[in-house]
Structures are given as C-alpha cells and as structure tokens.
Design a protein around this ligand. Structure first.
Ligand SMILES: Cc1ncc(COP(=O)(O)O)c(C=O)c1O
Length: 413
C-alpha cells in the first residue's frame, strides 16, 4: 500500500534535488538587512540584484514613518474580518478611489496578495460558458486562476506574444462560442523582461469581441511616464478592460489591485472568493500604500534613476558578451550558456563568494524546462559603483570559468 507521504522522501516535486539536500544556498538563502542594493549573505556584504525594489521604496523613510504611525494607532490586526462583513473602512475605500484615478479607471478593488488578486479576478469574471485565452508564459497565478474558474477546462494557450497564434485561438473560440472570451497576459513578462504587444492584442480583442486582463505585476509603478504601467507605456491604458498590479514589487508592500469599469469591479468584489472569504488588507499597508502612491505620482525622477542604472547594467553585460534576451524593461535576464544548471550553480557561487555579488538563478517551473537564467533587477537605489563592481565580477567570472558566451541556451521560450 502506498502511503500519501512516500513522495515526500524522494527527490520528486519542484526543486526536489535541492530539497533532499536541505539546500539553503540556491533555494531559500537567508539574507540579512533591509532589502536594498547592499545586504548581508553568509555574514558578508553583497551587492544585491535579486529584489524587485524597482524604484527604491524599500528603504524610503516617509513610507517607514507612515507605517510606524499606522501600527501605533491601529496595531497589526485592524480591521478584523472580510471586507464584506467587518473589514471595510473609509481608508480602504479612499485608497481604491485613488488607485482607480491613478490607473485612469472608474473603479478598483484591493486584494491582500497579488496572487490572490489575479486568481480571484479571473475566477470571478469567468463562468462555465466562457473561455480564457492565455499567453503560454503566463505567471502561475494566471494559470491557477484559470484552473479555479469553472472554465478551467476551456482555456486556450497561445504562443508567447504571438498575435497570429492568438488570432487563430480567437477564431477557434468564436466557432463554438456560447459565452464571453477573456484574454490574459502579463504586461511586462516577469522573468524575460519583454513586453506584451498590447496595441496588437487590443486590436484583436476588439475585433473578436473579447475582454482583456493585463497582469502588470512588474509594470505597475515602473513603466510609462507616470508609472501607470505597460498600458500607459504603449498609450492603450483605456483599452485594457481589467488592469491588475501588485504592491509587492515597485510599491514595496504587499497586496494587489484590479482596476476597471465600475460594473465588473463591483461584480468581482462580490464574487472573487479571495476577497469574500479572506480578511481585509491590514491598515498598516493601506496607510503605507497611500504614501507610496504619493511618491510614485510625484517623483518621476526615481523611475528615471532606475532606467539609468538598468541601461548601464544591461549595456555592460551585452558588451561582455552575455545574452540578456529581448528585455525591454529593467528586468535583466542573463541566460546561462547551453542552459546548464551545474554551470549556473558554479557561476552563482563564484559571483557570491569571490566577488560579493548576489544573483539568483531561475529554473523550471518558474521558466520553461531547458531555460536557466539569472534574473537581475536594477533599481533606483543602486549606484554606478554597484553596477561597475558587478560588471567586473561578471568579466572575471567569465574569464576564470572560461564561459563560452556564444553558446546560446537550448530553450528561450
Ligand atoms: C506576473 C505576476 N503576477 C502575479 C504575482 C503575484 O503577486 P504577489 O507576489 O503580490 O502575490 C507575481 C509575483 O511574483 C507576478 O510576477
């Protein structure tokens, strides 16, 4: 007889070989210090490139002050209960109003985690007769929302950012169409850093009478002249039906928001199980987010600074021969030649131990099988010196390990 837990003893499951080794180096490394460009790892200072602190709000004193005042007044628990029962306050309502105005939409709804926001939004608006068209590289929360939606069995993946593939799926969906169609893509792809072709996707969704949800976790507060995201960057924000952003990245907090027309947002409020059956966002975050939003709206120079650092890092890596793919955002993937996990581990160890440069490796299931990369996040808090130390480290690592930068990864899906 097989015991349910037998599988837990072997090396199956996600990152199984690391789990059985009890690894705390490549997986779950323990970091010390305020999240930012300099932290401690293994007792030594490192230049940190693995944190989504895009515009440097992690160590912002105004946000910190607001949070301290808020926790003094409200504790960690206020308000108690779901928004639907006892967890609603004027401050939650006001933050939703401000976020909607920022995102140029009539209404918005807060969620406690970005993951819960994406899952809840999809599962609320998609019913049994509806169909979901999803980019093949979509984030796990989009996949899980699709599974949770009663229409999970009716989803149609299209090739990454491929408008022909999307159009043929739209045609197929229309042939046996009984309900509505929802297209879901990320705005900035969180691992590769490339952008969804939003103008082309908007044209198609209008031609085929579909609705569009953009998960802009990595574009929110980052892309566009005003930080409104990838829709603003492409000038198509008003054509996006549902815009989603997380607070866990540029806003340096926790939670998420979905914005759109009032009727769907109210429908989501009443039907997203991740809203109805979850305690509401604690006041400490509602207050801190109000200050973060003030900063994002009033200080575009933070985004300019982030771009300055990103360009210096990305240009330098390309000059050294490294493959950073087709990123069009600060996200800087460095593809490990030939997609070799063992080489990647040696590279990571050398960068950390000999040069004090901390990067994280990314493998399946975060990226497709066969892709191995470092995912580097330049931020407004990094200095030119941080970049130069890092480029020197990459050069030394390349030469010492005799890395053949011309060997392209096997899969860059
Ligand atoms: C594209 C995308 N969507 C959703 C999420 C989930 O957001 P959160 O971390 O706020 O739960 C993430 C975070 O990794 C993400 O990258």
């Amino acid at each position: 007889m097989t015991d349910l837990f037998d599988k837990c003893k072997g090396d199956g499951g996600y990152f199984g070989s690391l789990r059985v080794r009890g690894d705390r180096y490549f997986n779950q490394p323990v970091l010390e210090g305020t999240p930012g460009p300099r932290m401690k790892f293994g007792g030594k200072e490192v230049v940190m490139w693995a944190i989504n602190n895009y515009i440097g709000l992690c160590d912002n004193p105004e946000v910190r002050r607001t949070a301290v005042e808020s926790v003094t007044e409200y504790g960690t628990f206020t308000p108690m209960g779901s928004r639907m029962l006892t967890g609603n306050t004027e401050k939650h309502i006001e933050l939703e109003r401000r976020l909607a105005a920022f995102l140029r939409k009539p209404a918005s709804i807060l969620f406690n985690y970005g993951y819960l926001g994406v899952v809840g939004t999809i599962a609320a608006v998609v019913g049994p007769e509806d169909q979901i068209l999803m980019d093949k590289l979509a984030h796990a929360s989009i996949v899980d929302g699709t599974i949770l939606a009663s229409a999970g069995r009716r989803f149609r993946p299209f090739k990454h950012n491929d408008l022909n593939s999307l159009e043929s799926q739209l045609k197929a969906a229309n042939r046996d169409r009984k309900g509505g169609l929802l297209i879901v893509t990320e705005g900035v792809y969180g691992m590769r850093g490339d952008l969804a072709d939003l103008p082309g996707i908007c044209d198609l969704k209008e031609r085929y009478g579909a609705r569009l949800l953009i998960d802009d976790a990595h574009g929110f507060g980052v892309m566009g002249a005003g930080g409104r995201g990838t829709g603003e960057h492409f000038g198509v924000q008003e054509r996006i039906d549902l815009y989603f952003g997380t607070f866990a990245k540029a806003f340096a907090a926790i939670g998420g928001v979905t914005a759109g027309e009032s009727a769907p947002i109210e429908y989501i409020r009443y039907n997203a199980r991740t809203n109805v059956f979850a305690k509401s966002l604690p006041m400490i975050y509602v207050d801190a987010l109000t200050t973060s939003l003030d900063i994002i709206e009033s200080r575009p120079e933070l985004r300019e600074r982030m771009w300055t650092i990103a360009r210096r890092l990305q240009n330098g890596l390309v000059e050294l021969g490294f493959d950073i793919g087709d990123t069009a955002s600060p996200i800087t993937p460095v593809y490990v030649p030939a997609g070799d996990e063992n080489v990647a581990m040696q590279m990571i160890r050398m960068l950390r131990e000999e040069h004090g440069v901390f990067v994280s490796g990314v493998t399946y299931p975060v990226v497709p099988r066969g892709t191995v990369m470092f995912r580097m996040i330049p931020t407004a808090s990094h200095t030119e010196e941080d970049v130069d130390i890092t480029l020197n480290a990459f050069r030394a690592m390349r030469d010492t390990m005799k890395i053949d930068t011309a060997a392209r990864p096997t899969v860059v899906a």
